[in-house]
Design a protein around this ligand. Structure first.
Ligand SMILES: NC(=O)c1ccc[n+]([C@@H]2O[C@H](COP(=O)([O-])OP(=O)(O)OC[C@H]3O[C@@H](n4cnc5c(N)ncnc54)[C@H](OP(=O)(O)O)[C@@H]3O)[C@@H](O)[C@H]2O)c1
Length: 332
């Protein structure tokens, strides 16, 4: 099969190669991919590749058809249309996983290949209202969004949620899911044209990420602020995000694209009864709940651009430019 291998650091270290087709072990399933999608994680992986490391097949998101099943898999037929949960070794409904936790796509070979082998537990029926490209755009982003908003953030209908950097794939999923949950959504983006498009996804207000947006969040909420903020931009927006919080507000952090280290003014934080919570990915129960929710509400992830699998390095370069709105997808 064709597989995109990361053999050296940087986007120049990606190489289309031939690999043996995977063979399913007991309890495993081989999925023939019809589409895969990129995440910022794939860019981090390219940058962080250590010389001498085993070449990796990246890719956490994928949808396709079951090509073969291993011993003991009796409830899934060859040809079934499926989507893959990329959270590996996280038992359902545990608040957080153990040290064996991994994300599909490095070190475990991922979805940037014609076939991938995963545990039966990670394979879910593809939502019937979505094509393969849309279904492939869901897993990592919508799972992370669901866990951050619902499981950790406890978002309730009628609350206001702030989503900074909402042109990105995961933040984009946060906007759609939060809106469908009945929350009032305020989003931010650096790009005026993305701010316009965010309204169509359910953002009642879209502000400039580079501005003093906390003041505008307060104005728009009658001075109260947002009950929940889901942060993934990090240093560039963190201060304004904290200032946007309501009394008793929750700030859930799941990423730090623009920088890891931030400053926190402690006095207004503790006098405001606020909390900061960390969140990463989600468990199988989250994945099942997210898929059911997406199906029930007929949600469609925003797709920025679809590249042929053979053009995967160009898709990486596109994501690296940060100009996308929603997900960058590879079609097989
Ligand atoms: N912990 C987890 O489980 C988990 C899961 C998914 C993602 N993440 C992390 O979350 C982050 C987003 O991931 P993604 O795949 O959704 O990324 P993405 O699609 O590349 O989106 C990143 C977005 O962040 C915004 N942004 C980037 N740099 C910025 C800056 N300097 N100032 C203001 N905004 C900036 C941009 O939004 P605009 O274009 O709208 O300005 C950009 O589109 C990454 O750091 C990723 O590692 C973590």
């Amino acid at each position: 099969m064709r597989a995109l291998l990361l053999e050296a650091a940087g986007l120049g270290g990606l190489r289309m190669s031939e690999r043996p087709d995977p063979v399913p072990g007991a309890g495993e399933v081989v999925v023939a991919l019809r589409a895969a999608a990129l995440n910022h994680r794939d860019l981090w992986a390219c940058r962080g590749f250590k010389p001498g490391a085993r070449p990796a097949v990246l890719g956490s998101d994928g949808a396709g058809v079951v090509a073969s099943v291993g011993a003991g898999v009796t409830d899934l037929s060859v040809g079934a249309e499926v989507v893959i949960n990329p959270s590996l070794h996280w038992p359902a409904h545990q608040p957080f996983p153990g040290p064996e936790f991994q994300i599909l796509g490095g070190p475990t070979d991922g979805t940037f290949a014609e076939q991938v082998v995963v545990s039966r537990r990670n394979v879910f029926a593809k939502p019937t209202h979505l094509g393969f490209e849309e279904a492939a755009a869901l897993p990592l982003s919508a799972l992370t969004a669901w866990h951050a908003l619902v499981t950790v953030g406890r978002l309730a209908p009628g609350e206001t949620v702030l989503v900074p950097g909402a042109g990105g794939g995961t933040a984009n999923a946060c906007v759609q899911i939060a809106h469908a949950l009945g929350a009032r959504v305020i989003a931010t983006s650096r790009d005026p044209s993305k701010r316009e498009r965010l309204a169509a996804l359910g953002a009642g207000l879209a502000l400039d990420s580079a501005g003093a947006f906390a003041e505008e969040v307060r104005k728009a909420t009658g001075g109260r602020g947002a009950e929940l903020v889901v942060e993934s931009v990090g240093r560039a927006t963190f201060e304004q995000s904290v200032k946007s919080l309501a009394r008793g507000g929750r700030l859930v952090v799941y990423g730090s694209t623009s920088g890891d280290t931030v400053q926190l003014d402690l006095v207004p934080f503790f006098l405001g009864w606020q909390s900061i919570l960390g969140s990463t990915m989600g468990h199988a129960g989250d994945f099942a709940a997210m898929i059911a929710f997406v199906s029930r509400h007929g949600l469609r992830p925003a797709i920025d651009r679809v590249f042929a699998f053979s053009e995967a390095p160009a898709a990486f370069a596109h994501l690296d430019r940060g100009i996308q709105f929603g997900k960058v997808v590879l079609a097989f």
